[in-house]
Design a protein around this ligand. Structure first.
Ligand SMILES: Nc1ncnc2c1ncn2[C@@H]1O[C@H](COP(=O)(O)OP(=O)(O)OP(=O)(O)O)[C@@H](O)[C@H]1O
Length: 228
């Protein structure tokens, strides 16, 4: 299994009430699986992805990515796992404003301090190819502040894919995208899954949920299968 979460929970305190943002969630994904989690705003989707990416610590339960129990890893080990194995497309804007689009996309490759198996030319070529597949090749030398919301999102998709992750996590990847571009982005994800990457998308966009091999509904933190 590439991803296995079991009985995963995260509680927060609001006022003097403790509540579950994620409640007893379990899910398994193997290489090549594409799963979509659909749920209303506030149902716990981003919290779930952040727990899987190791950006949040669960209150209880377990996350295993590529066989590693992420809650047992030290910070540095977790960063390496994230950088080598996980591609993460966050919901908000997360590009570095001082870097061009091309440099933002290539950055995760250069942050890896062990795997330097590609030349600068090769990595640029891969970045250009991703930008082309996402329809934003013409923006390679532009800076984030000059891009629209949908263009920024596509840059962060390219950045998440530059290291050929084994697990791709995407938080509302089609937000800000028109119908045609959403379709193209979903086509890119299903193509990546066909090549063996496990893909987990969370969304409130009902129009893309049928793209998943597996569909889950998230409701008040609880994850229930709609199609498995
Ligand atoms: N750091 C936090 N402290 C307290 N409550 C939080 C925190 N982060 C999230 N929450 C709450 O947890 C619940 C789940 O939030 P989450 O962001 O995971 O939902 P979501 O389904 O991703 O929503 P959206 O689709 O609007 O992004 C919400 O009620 C939110 O207010």
């Amino acid at each position: 299994m590439l991803l296995e979460i079991s009985h995963l929970s995260k509680t927060y305190i609001r006022g003097n009430q403790t509540f579950y943002a994620v409640k007893d969630a379990s899910l398994k994904l193997k290489e090549g699986d594409c799963a979509v989690v659909v749920g209303r705003s506030g149902s716990g989707k981003s919290t779930l992805l952040n727990l899987i990416a190791g950006l949040l610590t669960p209150t209880s339960g377990k996350v295993e990515v590529a066989g590693y129990n992420t809650t047992l890893l030290k910070d540095k080990e977790l960063s390496l796992l994230r950088n080598f194995t996980i591609g993460y497309i966050p919901q908000g804007q997360s590009l570095l404003s001082s870097l061009s689009v091309l440099d933002n996309v290539c950055l995760p490759y250069f942050l890896q301090n062990r795997r330097k198996d590609k030349s600068m030319e090769e990595i640029d070529k891969r970045a250009y190819s991703l930008l082309e597949q996402l329809g934003i090749l013409h923006l390679a030398n532009a800076y984030p502040k000059h891009l629209s919301g949908g263009e920024l999102r596509r840059v962060s998709i390219a950045r998440a894919l530059i290291n050929e992750p084994k697990l791709l996590l995407a938080d509302e990847p089609t937000n800000d995208l028109d119908t045609q571009t959403s379709k193209e982005v979903m086509g890119l994800f299903t193509g990546i899954a066909l090549k063996g990457t496990a893909v987990l998308l969370v969304t409130h966009d009902q129009s893309i949920i049928h793209e998943g091999d597996y569909i889950y509904q998230m409701n008040d933190g609880a994850l229930a299968p709609l199609k498995t």
